[in-house]
Ligand binder design. Structure first.
Ligand code: ADP
Length: 425
């Protein structure tokens, strides 16, 4: 198998977002959790997105993990690698965008790298190198107060220059608007001046198409899901990827028992649980029992085993803001969150042992804890249940064939659980 596109994402949710975007654009896409083992058996796919957690770690570690990911992707034929960063360019002067870009660029021998976090349809635009978040410059957006990566400078040429060893150039909108040939000429000119990377403006969705076309002619690019979309469209329209019609399809039925776990306490999830209660048995966990070390997971598993043969079940720790605040006041926020997440992971493990092969999880952190515990190396991205929430088919999982849906708190409509189960066959 030869990958048409390899991607390295600096965090897990960004990787999921990119994998979903690529699938919707017509690429059969697998998202892996970390750098996969060499013997991971991949289905026939066009793109692989390797998810790392490298956004806010020490730059040296981010570099070594990203290089390992690049080596794996190139080893599977990826001639182009996209280093996927946050669409708000989350980073500090120490990195990690610049150091990782420099290392990957050196490894693949690229002269000049196109860089853009733009994704106009989601309100991220870049003009004269300045990133806008909706209507305001990055440095006036809520990102100015981000706890890990406060962004105080909207000019990405300057931001990246502080992180990178290579001089940084700019490809302006005026050049981009003149088309791919003008961009190629500008890149050649910048490269001739010793510039190793260029921020490229993008204000309209169609700008991504030109960027994707030109970026794909190089070995490396850096950006968010917007440039991913541009790269995918260029691959499909050039005929290099022929699978557009089958990407994101349902695939063979998996069968097996079905269960839902909810650890999110968002408004949307609370409503979804209330609606699910009409169509499946629901067990509510007691956080105080979890924190007291009582055998709450075992109680829930015993309950689930009584019901699984009759149909889907839902187990939830979710509670109202008042109840959550009370639990946090008694036990501390982090301790409560961690203990409940680990109980959810215990439950997922126990449910799979009891024959569950289709699992819906509500909550971002909760999903992370579940996926880690189940040691699932990767997912083939399938049909979307709701915007941004696809059905995921486990790849290389110890338990064999399995379908999952992993939902961040606020995602999905009021009948999300039923909607998910209808598509997870
Ligand atoms: P979301 O995607 O909505 O943010 P997460 O799973 O990321 O959901 O985060 C929810 C957090 O709340 C987790 O750490 C979870 O363990 C914790 N939690 C779940 N139920 C409760 C509860 N009843 N009381 C306190 N914390 C809870």
């Amino acid at each position: 198998m030869t990958l048409a596109l390899g991607c390295i994402a600096d965090d897990y949710t960004g990787a999921s977002d990119l994998a979903n975007t690529l699938t919707r654009a017509g690429l059969r896409t697998v998202q892996t959790i970390g750098v996969p083992a060499d013997d991971l058996k991949l289905p026939e796919v066009d793109a692989v997105v390797v998810s790392l957690k490298s956004r806010s770690i020490e730059p040296g570690l981010a570099v070594s993990r990203s290089r390992a990911a690049e080596k794996w992707l190139r080893g599977r034929g990826a001639s182009h690698v996209l280093f996927k960063i946050c669409s708000t360019f989350d980073s500090t002067d120490a990195g990690n965008i610049g150091p990782v870009m420099d290392a990957l660029r050196a490894d693949c021998g690229e002269a000049v790298v196109l860089v853009t976090p733009a994704f106009p349809e989601t309100g991220r635009t870049v003009y004269q190198g300045n990133l806008f978040v909706g209507a305001v410059p990055l440095s006036e957006s809520p990102l100015k107060d981000h706890p890990l990566n406060p962004m105080h400078d909207s000019n990405l040429v300057r931001v990246l220059a502080r992180q990178s060893k290579t001089p940084i150039g700019l490809v302006e909108l005026a050049t981009l608007t003149r088309g791919a040939e003008a961009v190629r000429a500008r890149l050649a000119e910048l490269s001739g001046k010793g510039i190793g990377a260029a921020i490229i403006d993008a204000v309209f969705d169609r700008d991504l198409e030109t960027i994707g076309l030109v970026a794909g002619e190089h070995r490396l690019s850096v950006g968010a899901s917007g440039i991913g979309l541009g790269l995918a469209r260029a691959l499909v329209s050039s005929g290099k990827v022929k699978s557009a019609a089958t990407a994101g399809q349902q695939g063979a039925a998996v069968g097996g028992a079905v269960a839902c776990l909810a650890g999110s306490c968002s408004q949307a999830t609370l409503q979804q649980i209330a609606n699910a209660e009409r169509v499946m048995p629901v067990l509510r966990l007691e956080p105080d029992r979890i924190l007291a070390g009582a055998h709450e997971a075992q109680r829930a598993l015993d309950w689930a085993k009584e019901h699984l043969a009759q149909g889907p079940v839902l187990i939830a720790s979710s509670a109202t803001p008042q109840a959550v605040a009370a639990v946090q006041a008694r036990h501390g926020r982090d301790a409560a969150g961690h203990a409940i997440e680990q109980t959810m992971a215990d439950l997922a493990e126990g449910l799979v042992r009891s024959g569950v092969r289709r699992l819906v999880v509500a909550g971002g952190e909760t999903s992370g804890a579940v996926v880690d515990r189940l040691r699932i190396p990767g997912f083939l991205v399938g049909v979307e249940i709701a915007a941004g929430v696809p059905v995921l088919r486990a790849v290389g999982a110890g338990a064999g064939s399995m379908l999952l849906a992993l939902k961040s708190g606020n995602f999905g409509g009021p009948d999300f659980f039923s909607d998910a189960l209808a598509l997870m066959r």
